[in-house]
Design a protein around this ligand. Structure first.
Ligand SMILES: Cc1ncc(COP(=O)(O)O)c(C=O)c1O
Length: 412
């Protein structure tokens, strides 16, 4: 008899057979940039990181104090409820009423999520399956597309940079596709392009939703980061919106609570119930101390939202002024946390990934290449205005040194 050590080892080594749904995901396009960013940091080299919309400002001290206090209460360390505690949902309802004149029942039209991204992802899982199609915005914040794909649905990405055209393309797609799209995802102020809309856009969208029988998911993560007097409209404030859709809001940007992981999904009760069902199986809710601090934030920290929006506006100006002086063509965003900048013609042939890599390697400035948001993003960079104005001016100087733009007079 052969001993175990003599058993021949097959040519093909053992491999872990992960689920097919993971194989539907493309390679991570930010991988190479993140690796260089990490290596520079480890080597002690300063990187001005405008790559991610990750706020650098801490939340209002009142929110932090409430959190510290809530930590002292033993009952807050137990599992919470997966939909969010009643007082929290009631506070969201009050906020919708106060800001947008929208009445929402906290019992069945609002649910708390572990960040709006979790709410969105699990909503897709609750609504979609094989053979279903969702229309998502393009250029695409990756999770808008990949949550649909992870739910085994198909994706049609439509350019949102001209919102009127987007609506026409939604109608065209619904007229020509069979089966018709089941879900339309919108996200204004848009990440990455910073496109904004006015309330009449949603009136049209609701009409289309009723005509073609699709559901709407509005990702309203940048609701409060608006500039120059612009006010981002809520989808739910549109008559009839609650019949066809939901809206996701987030504490991450408005209150600089990104790491706390808390957001909300509100609107159509059947859709909220679908999400609640999935969450009931998957999670035990958000750490209760965070929920309590979030109530205080919504109740008492409106002034800090205004201060924060003004801070982002100053950063936007510092970055846009600087890039314009370098000769870049810039469209100043009216909202959001990003400058969506066209790559100067002289560097366009490099492609956004190589150009971003050049800025990182030679200038120590990390940005996101437009290509990371799909083909429609090629030719652009997304710069997050998360660093202070001094650092942003420094970033502009570094970009100017490593990628100078030849002016029309200077070039032959
Ligand atoms: C459009 C959009 N939606 C959702 C999120 C995630 O928000 P949250 O932190 O609430 O999950 C982001 C974060 O970058 C975003 O840009």
């Amino acid at each position: 008899m052969r001993s175990e050590s003599e058993v021949p080892i097959p040519d093909n080594p053992y491999s872990i057979p992960v689920a097919d749904r993971l194989k539907r995901l493309p390679p991570y396009l930010f991988g190479k940039i993140n690796k260089v960013k990490y290596e520079k940091r480890v080597a002690g080299i300063d990187v001005i990181d405008l790559g991610m919309g990750n706020p650098t400002d801490p939340p209002d001290p009142l929110i932090q104090e409430k959190m510290t206090q809530a930590l002292q209460d033993p009952k807050n360390h137990r599992y919470s409820v997966s939909n969010g505690i009643g007082n929290l949902r009631a506070e969201v309802s009050k906020r919708y009423w106060k800001r947008y004149g929208v009445r929402l029942n906290p019992d069945d039209e609002i649910i708390a999520c572990i960040g709006s991204k979790e709410g969105y992802s699990h909503m897709c899982l609750g609504l979609m399956g094989p053979g279903d199609t969702a229309i998502v915005p393009s250029p695409t914040f990756p999770i808008h597309m990949y949550s649909v794909m992870l739910a085994a649905g198909n994706v049609i990405a439509l350019d949102v940079r001209e919102p009127e055209k987007f609506l026409q393309n939604v109608a065209y797609t619904c007229d020509h596709l069979y089966p018709k799209p089941k879900v339309v995802v919108v996200n204004f102020p848009h990440n990455p392009s910073s496109t904004v809309i006015e309330a009449d856009f949603y009136v049209e969208l609701v009409k289309l939703a009723k005509k073609y029988n699709f559901m709407v998911i509005s990702d309203f993560a940048y609701a409060d980061i608006c500039f120059d007097g612009y006010v981002a409209p809520s989808f739910l404030a549109t008559p009839g919106a609650i019949d066809v859709g939901v809206e996701l809001t987030s504490m991450s940007k408005s209150y600089s609570m990104a790491g706390w992981r808390i957001g909300f999904c509100a609107g159509n009760k059947e859709m909220v119930r679908a999400l609640s069902t999935i969450k009931g199986y998957y999670d035990y809710g958000i750490f209760q101390a965070i929920q309590i601090a979030a109530i205080v934030a919504m109740r008492h920290c409106d002034a800090s939202i205004e201060t924060l929006a003004q801070k982002y506006q100053n950063r936007r100006d510092a970055l846009c002024d600087g890039l314009e002086r370098l000769g870049w063509e810039i469209e100043r965003p009216k909202a959001g946390m990003f400058v969506w900048a066209k790559i100067p013609d002289q560097y366009a042939s490099m492609g956004s990934i190589d150009f971003s890599m050049k800025l990182l390697e030679e200038g120590g400035v990390a940005v996101s290449p437009g290509r990371g948001f799909g083909e429609d993003g090629e030719g652009y960079l997304r710069l997050a205005i998360v660093e202070n104005t001094q650092r942003l001016r420094q970033a502009v100087r570094e970009i100017g040194k490593c990628a100078p733009v030849a002016t029309a007079e200077a070039s032959p």
